[in-house]
Design a protein around this ligand. Sequence first.
Ligand code: ADP
Ligand code: ASP
Ligand code: MG
Length: 523
Amino acid sequence: MKVLKFGGSSLADGPRIAAAGAIIREAAQVERIAVVLSAMQGVTDLLITAARKAAEGSEGGRIALEQIRARHLAAIRSLFAAPEQSPVIAALTIMLNDLEEILHGIELIRECSPRTLDLVTSFGERLSCTLAAAHLRSGGLDACYVDTRELIQTDESFGSALVQFPVSYARIQARFAALTGTAILPGFIAAAVSGVTTTLGRNGSDYTASIIAAGTAAALIEIWTDVDGVLSADPRLVPGAFVVPEISYEEAMELSFFGARVLHPYTMLPAVEKGIPIRIRNSLRPAAPGTLIGAPHHLESGRRAAAAAANGGRAAAAGTAGASGTAGTSGSASAANGHPITGIASIEGISLINIEGGGMLGIPGIAARVFSALARERINIIMISQASSEHTISLVLRSGEAARAISALEAELAMELAARRIQALERISGLVIVSVIGEKMRGKPGLAGQLFTALGAAGVNILAIAQGSAERNISIVIEETNHARALRAIHAAFLTAPATGAGSGWTDDAADSSGAGAATGGA
Ligand code: ADP
Ligand code: ASP
Ligand code: MG
């Protein structure tokens, strides 16, 4: 079994859906497949707009709904001959009428709860899958729509629900055992025990594909998108970004967690658990090999490292691979191509909260109370760093959560603030986290120094620094105005030098010049 997932970019319009259909039909001739689809590109955003505008009582809700209708109708007209169109239009119209009623309800009560928003956004994937399944059937494939809400069970954290794995895997297994045709499954959506619709978070269709793959014990997950694979940086910000042929699960997780949108960060969890490799591929260029994500034994570099280790390490010196890196280096892009790092990612819309005060010195428990207070509010701390003086704790989080975080901290630390043991809760907004990621960074102190030198030369000021405890990642916080400049400077320093083997582009023994005080690991 192979699971193929097509993102919204691969389903943007009729011709793109036809191209995805050709890839699906070809794959189905070779082996048993399951297909997970996103909504058509931009449709989830339109659904959110429709719900928000309806809640405001504005005309915008209806306009967005009509745009959604028009997008699907145009796709139907381009994909089906005239006599075939009406049953597909009828099926989608039933769903769009349902959606219209829900939006009308929102407009009447002037409120859209997270629960209702999940129901509204679920229509994107349900519409695209109904349409694509009909298209595939008209092309001769025995395709059937299988509603993921009957398979994936979650809690009721609407907007980003937590998957309950054992029950979900059991249902997937049972459903696929009884299924004869090719399943077309909506990504992103699931259901709680009560049956109410939930979603897995923005970009969640990648995660759905991985859950379905784990439940069916698939041999491979293919994520089809609009770029040639995982790139060394976001191609929209770094023109020189290049395709990374292979990376470890952990590197992929770090890259996506720190902003590489090409994959939902949770995608790797079921894949790691069941040992299923993931290949990222371009639906516009199906011949391109893409990026392979997996455990060392899945990856060329990992196999080379294992062979080198079996040879007593002698072989490592011969190859171009940086497999000569530290013992235990798992397969990774940086190991494979000689670059010291694998890639760069970044998250915009970040705020820094500094908790400052001499009174925190040596008093245990402040950090624990800070984290508990924010956890109670379900505020996600992306990164923390504490100066070794213990005078300041810096928390890095999304700007949208910063006001709530300050209120929670003011309440929790009210006594300390009143007694001036904590002098201030300072908030700085308009920031970006930039993360440098790679397995090969482990145990290489000189890299941090080179990173800061490159940023210094580009005139980029650093507000906070943290290194993940696995040393696979160094993250820095900078001002948004320096975003693209910083990414390009780092890319030029670490990723464009000719990759001639281990040690290219930097030296192992360069001194660590971070001077940043103790920094503790990111999330
Ligand atoms: P899909 O619709 O297929 O889910 P997404 O838009 O979610 O596609 O993700 C693909 C996009 O991610 C690419 O078009 C690219 O602009 C962006 N991206 C950001 N960082 C990276 C990266 N490191 N590698 C590849 N793509 C990236
Ligand atoms: N359609 C959802 C979104 O836009 C899920 C996905 O595309 O993966 O976030
Ligand atoms: Mg996506």
